[in-house]
Ligand binder design. Sequence first.
Ligand SMILES: [Fe+2]
Ligand SMILES: [Fe+2]
Length: 152
Amino acid sequence: MRDDTVTGLLQDDHTRLDDLIDEARSALSARAFADASALWRQVVHGLGQHIEAEEQLLFPAFERATGMTSGPTVVMRNEHVDIKRLLEAVGAALGAEDASAAREAVAELADLLGVHNSKEEGILYPRTDSALGPAGAKALTEQLRARLGSDS
Ligand SMILES: [Fe+2]
Ligand SMILES: [Fe+2]
């Protein structure tokens, strides 16, 4: 069942976060800085939880299950650093009500997330599911779910 797989859960979270980013972009286009900033706080919070859950639970599980410690997880961790830098850049530009800097940084972030997420969805998530087997994947999915989408 889709809900019992790492791929299903984290792909859905990517979609949820992409939608929030799109909403923030629309608010920004309308120069509604307060709305855009409120939405951006949700993006920072949600993407922060997502990245932490991947780095603390998913990547170690992938590395243990496949023995690959110097492959895809290294690339993904490096991309997370760039994602976090861009999240901050957007927040700073919104704080300064600098619409063009904010638009530029959001566009760069959206491009990076497009590439990053498709690698995770195409390679890392499915390989984790298959390496763990159905029971292991389900257990990890439950741990991940507990870390995502909470308000605090
Ligand atoms: Fe990631
Ligand atoms: Fe991800």
